[in-house]
Write a protein that binds this ligand. Structure first.
Ligand code: AMP
Ligand code: FE
Ligand code: FE
Ligand code: ZN
Length: 296
């Protein structure tokens, strides 16, 4: 009998775990490697990259993380909507080549472009903003969203920061808003499960809280967990979620939703229990965690 390979999986995860961070492959402001550097500065031991509707940053983030002695969990935040409510489905350890999921994320990303152009056209009737301004704020190939329009409004001197843009011009009530295509949450969860992934509802008790009935339907469809410790979940909402998680033995996560300079969220401001990450790993079968090379 030989000893287990010391370069493979650690007995337990070293350091805090943050399973929800964004790079400039979607609406974060930093390259994946820079984001990893920032996470390392905050002392994190394990991170997941969860860009909206894309896996484009995985390779860069995984290489940077393991080089720094951190564990990398492949992830994504899949856009969905329940009527007018936007629902974000975090997905972990799914197969990034799954044809159905690849087709669906491509459709969402593509539709987000036309939608962003329509929003900019609407805003352009009242403010000096053009589509080129948004392109200047968007990395090539990145998933386009309102945050990029916000950055363009900042660059034009129309608002001070993303927060002011979202509270004002980009708020649906202001009349410039347009929606983009997204699957309903049930379909989103089925897609993630079929791709071997573990679906976790992101910030389920924030501003756009889903109903109890919807949540129960998603659990029946294979929902793996709930992101409870997140700055946008209200205290009362967290209590509601903890009750449901206990009742259905769901995985519970906590995370920062870091977006670089685009939001005040700091890597590691909320973290996930190692036992919960272990449950995600035991359940995910479409891709694998990337562990650091040890003993350096
Ligand atoms: P979209 O999916 O294009 O409608 O844009 C929603 C994204 O905007 C979310 O993923 C958030 O990361 C970001 N966002 C929402 N509210 C704010 C805010 N107040 N400040 C900065 N970013 C925000
Ligand atoms: Fe975002
Ligand atoms: Fe989200
Ligand atoms: Zn997010």
């Amino acid at each position: 009998m030989t000893d287990a390979d010391p370069t493979s999986r650690p007995a337990l995860f070293d350091g805090p775990i943050d399973l929800h961070l964004h790079s400039n492959r979607s609406d974060g402001t930093e390259d994946p490697a820079v984001l990893v550097e920032r996470a390392a500065q905050e002392g994190l031991g394990t991170i997941a990259l969860t860009d909206h509707d894309t896996t484009a940053g995985w390779a860069e983030a995984a290489a940077a993380a393991t080089a720094r002695g951190m564990t990398f969990i492949p992830g994504m935040e899949l856009s969905a909507k329940d009527g007018w409510r936007s629902v974000h489905v975090l997905a972990y350890l799914f197969d990034p080549t799954d044809p159905d999921l690849v087709a669906e994320t491509a459709r969402i990303r593509d539709d987000r472009i036309g939608r962003a152009e329509r929003i900019v056209r609407n805003i352009g009737r009242d403010y000096a903003l053009r589509w080129e301004d948004v392109l200047e704020q968007t990395d090539p190939g990145a998933t386009v969203g309102r945050p990029h329009i916000a950055d363009a409004l900042v660059a034009r001197g129309i608002v001070r920061d993303r927060g002011e843009a979202f509270d004002g011009i980009l708020h649906p009530r202001q009349g410039y808003y347009e929606a983009h295509y997204a699957p309903d949450p049930l379909t989103a969860i089925e897609l993630v499960v079929a791709a071997g992934g573990v679906p976790v509802i992101a910030h389920p008790a924030g501003r756009e809280r889903m109903t109890d009935a919807t949540l129960r339907r998603l659990i029946d469809a294979g929902l793996g967990g709930l992101e409870i410790d997140h700055r946008e979940n209200t205290a009362e909402g967290r209590a509601w979620l903890r009750g449901i998680a206990a009742e259905h033995d769901l995985i519970v996560t906590g995370s920062s939703d870091y977006h670089g300079a685009g939001k005040p969220n700091v890597p590691g401001e909320n973290t996930t229990d190692p036992a919960m990450l272990q449950r995600i790993i035991d359940r995910g079968s479409g891709s694998a965690p990337v562990y650091p090379v040890r003993g350096r």
